[in-house]
Design a protein around this ligand. Structure first.
Ligand code: SAH
Length: 372
């Protein structure tokens, strides 16, 4: 296992970097195409099986490089066909990846960090604290792993993962470079071959990174809004204190500006008695005026100690109807995989927490108990 870290992981490289790598070892750059096809289209990670490479090149690759991705330690199938995998990295940290099959497509929910730094009050990943960013290879590796596990079709057939949502553990824009490179590889025809429209990055609103992203990458953008005013949003999504709603929506407008038929997806968790009243719906409709928007209402998924309840179905439907009447495309997201804790906000995994958040939370509970 140790040797792995000293060698170059080819999954960390986009096509250009791989071409440069082959040039640096005295090979023709087109070797990059051959190797990427083996990795991403055929699911091959053994250089000896790459039969169109000469013996000497295979030996050089063995010596200098690896094709490494996290290993699966648990697979949990849900009754609705959703599958959750717990993957372990070299350093023992765990992440979770979820596959959601639907008619005609297969969506993979991919993690970007071990844990998360953001501390949103309704999200179970937050309770785990944070350890580190994932490498590009650990991000693209989730797609390679899923395709391999679900079955690589023969004769260049359609790969099982047709869509990716960067909605697993972590805040993808806090791991900007690795995530952008990973999405390039996912999008590349000789990589995972997923069109830009079928890759969605979800952010809690890291505003400067949204501007940077606009310049380098053109995937679909989803924004975790969850509240129609700063007071409430700052409570639920603390990063709002740094980047309030006005700035966030300005960044959203900028992201889609000049792009025909592009819209931002706004995610809005429905939490009973917190953000789900008629007044909230009207306020939401008002603040989104002028932003090309699509709204996804997400029924809150409970987890131990969350302290919140899911909105009543009739409230969620009332909320949706107000938004539709105001002219917004609005859907209620179907909850998938909640029987295996694979639904939104339920991903946890084993995180060697470096922020000691769990300890601090425990200490707080103890001191509160002390007062009582
Ligand atoms: N950090 C990014 C990526 C995570 S995406 C972001 O915040 O967008 C995961 C989505 O699930 C986000 O919209 C998140 O707000 C939502 N979510 C988190 N906890 C949830 C819960 N308990 N129930 C339902 N949705 C939740």
């Amino acid at each position: 296992m140790k040797a792995v870290t000293r060698k170059i992981n080819l999954l960390d490289m986009n096509q250009q970097a791989l071409r440069d790598f082959f040039a640096s070892i005295g090979e023709k750059p087109f070797r990059a195409t051959q190797v990427m096809k083996w990795i991403y289209h055929e699911g091959i990670s053994d250089f000896q099986a790459m039969t169109n490479l000469g013996k000497a090149l295979r030996a050089t690759l063995e010596e200098k490089a690896v094709i490494y991705y996290p290993t699966c330690i648990t697979e949990m199938p849900s009754a609705d066909g959703t599958r959750k995998w717990i993957l372990e990295m070299e350093d023992g940290n765990h992440i979770e990846t979820v596959f959601i099959p639907e008619k005609g497509r297969g969506t993979l929910c991919v993690s970007s960090q071990v844990g998360c730094t953001l501390n949103c009050t309704f999200c179970s990943t937050a309770t785990q604290g944070y350890n580190r960013n994932l490498t590009t290879g650990e991000i693209t590796g989730q797609v390679v792993f899923a395709n391999r596990t679900l079955g690589i079709p023969a004769n260049a057939g359609k790969l099982p993962v047709t869509n990716v949502v960067m909605m697993g553990m972590g805040e993808p824009l806090m791991n900007f470079d690795n995530v952008i490179r990973a999405m390039e590889i996912m999008n590349d025809d000789i990589g995972c071959g997923i069109s830009r429209r079928r890759i969605t990055l979800s952010t809690s609103g890291v505003v400067p990174a949204m501007y940077r992203m606009r310049d380098v990458c053109d995937v679909s953008l989803a924004v975790s809004l969850h509240a129609p005013n700063d007071d409430l949003r700052s409570e639920l999504v603390p990063i709002n204190r740094k980047y309030p709603i006005k700035e966030l929506l300005e960044a959203c407008r900028h992201y889609v500006e000049g792009k025909a038929r592009r819209r931002i997806t706004f995610e809005y968790i429905m939490i009973d008695g917190v953000n789900d009243t008629r007044k909230h719906a009207k306020e939401l409709a008002r603040i989104l005026e002028g932003v090309p928007a699509k709204i996804n209402l997400i029924p809150f998924n409970p987890f131990p100690q969350s302290g919140y309840r899911r909105s009543k179905t009739e409230n969620t439907e009332m909320f949706r109807d107000i938004l539709i009447a105001a002219g917004y495309t609005t859907i209620i997201r179907k909850t998938r995989g909640d029987d295996i804790d694979a639904a939104c906000g339920q991903l946890v995994g084993k995180v060697f927490d470096r922020t000691r958040r769990q300890q601090k939370a425990d200490a707080k509970t103890v001191s509160v108990r002390g007062i009582l």
